[in-house]
Design a protein around this ligand. Structure first.
Ligand SMILES: *Cc1c(COP(=O)(O)O)cnc(C)c1O
Length: 364
């Protein structure tokens, strides 16, 4: 009998998060130069970071002997102005995953449940299981959230309901009017986590100022990230917008100094770089069209996506994935999401998208 034998069963039951394969790992395995490998597996920004964010992070490194501002005063001030909320309604996270995890730790416990959609982001179930709560997975409709079924899945012991819009890995999107109407029907004792990790990739006409809903829905937690369109995935910074009461609870379980100093500085600068954000959006729109057209030319069905990635139905995805890897192309298998016939491809630069399409053609 050792310490591991006595781990709680709910911890043992967790299926670990499967990240995209690192470029360095495949390079070692194939004996290839890292520069010859294309990674379209983690929904990262193919433009890299904003130059303003990079400069700000570099400056902040000089202070690395000091603890960062644990309250994130300056970044919160900027976010408060952007979203027209008070700074006390903002919770900063070490990536938005950290905020998702705080929500689980503050609102769930053994004997409670959380509700999420089949094929929804894996962290919802992991965060739920971590605290010994029970996750209720609601069958998807057309690969996306079935809000009617999700409403019906809410039980007396439900404390959290998760919605990713657009969703990862499916890229599906619910019109905001449907989400708003749904929120009207959710009992106030259920925290609704609205994960908008890909919000910056929505066409302007399909965006919505959901922060304005906070005044009406004190049980709403909006989660956003700097990892995708802002190009800061490696620094780990995201945030939640919510009522002051929810923020207060999340801050109780938040690790002190959870967001490091270069990340705080870079995020602040990234918010100012509207030009970079516009370029990221435009590159993604063009790359998405290129991938969709390329897949269709190969006779491969895709799931229409509003994110910076899309699902391609390739059949034996495990085989195709290993063939792609041999050709130096890393994409994401999603069998662990219950989608064994699909691969998820992140939108890259035009040349990277073309490399993927050529490699796919060769292994179909
Ligand atoms: C990528 C992603 C996130 C962001 O994760 P970070 O921790 O901010 O890097 C959150 N939610 C979803 C659905 C995502 O796909």
């Amino acid at each position: 009998m050792n310490c591991c034998d006595l781990t709680p069963a709910h911890v043992r039951a967790i299926a670990p998060y499967l990240p995209g394969k690192p470029i360095s790992e495949l390079a070692r395995e194939l004996g290839l130069a890292e520069a010859d490998i294309v990674k379209l597996a983690s929904n990262e920004n193919p433009l890299g970071p904003s130059p303003l964010a990079l400069a700000a992070a570099q400056d902040a490194l000089y202070d690395m002997a000091l603890y960062p501002d644990g309250a994130g005063f300056a970044l919160k001030a900027k976010l408060a102005a952007k979203w027209k909320v008070s700074a006390s309604q903002i919770v900063l996270g070490n990536g938005s995953n950290d905020v998702l995890d705080m929500a689980a730790r503050a609102f769930l416990a053994p004997g409670t449940t959380s509700v999420y959609a089949q094929h929804a982001f894996a962290v919802y179930s992991i965060a739920t299981q971590t605290v010994g709560a029970h996750g209720v997975s609601v069958p998807a409709r057309d690969y996306g959230h079935d809000l009617v079924a999700m409403r019906a899945a809410i039980r007396d012991d439900t404390r959290v309901l998760w919605i990713a819009n657009p969703n990862n890995p499916t890229g599906t999107f619910l019109p905001w009017a449907e989400v708003e109407a749904f929120l009207e029907t959710v009992p106030p004792q259920v925290l609704v986590v609205l994960d908008e990790a890909y919000g910056e990739y929505l066409p302007v006409a399909e965006r919505c100022d959901t922060a304005a809903w906070l005044a009406r829905f004190p049980n709403l937690l909006i989660v956003r990230t700097f990892s995708k369109a802002y190009g800061l995935a490696g620094l780990r910074v995201g945030y939640g917008l919510c009522s002051i009461e929810v923020a207060d609870l999340l801050n109780r379980v938040r690790h002190p100094f959870n967001v490091n100093a270069p990340a705080l500085a870079a995020a602040e600068a990234a918010l100012d770089d509207v030009d970079f954000l516009a370029r990221s959006y435009a590159l993604n729109a063009a790359g998405m069209a290129q991938l969709a057209a390329g897949l269709s030319a190969l006779g491969v069905d895709g799931v229409p996506s509003k994110g910076n990635f899309l699902l391609a139905k390739v059949g034996d995805a495990a085989r195709i994935n290993s063939e792609l890897l041999k050709r130096g192309v890393i994409v994401r298998p999603v069998a662990n999401y219950g989608l064994p016939e699909f691969l998820r491809i992140s939108v890259g630069l035009a040349g990277q998208n073309a490399r993927f399409l050529d490699a796919l053609k060769a292994c179909l």
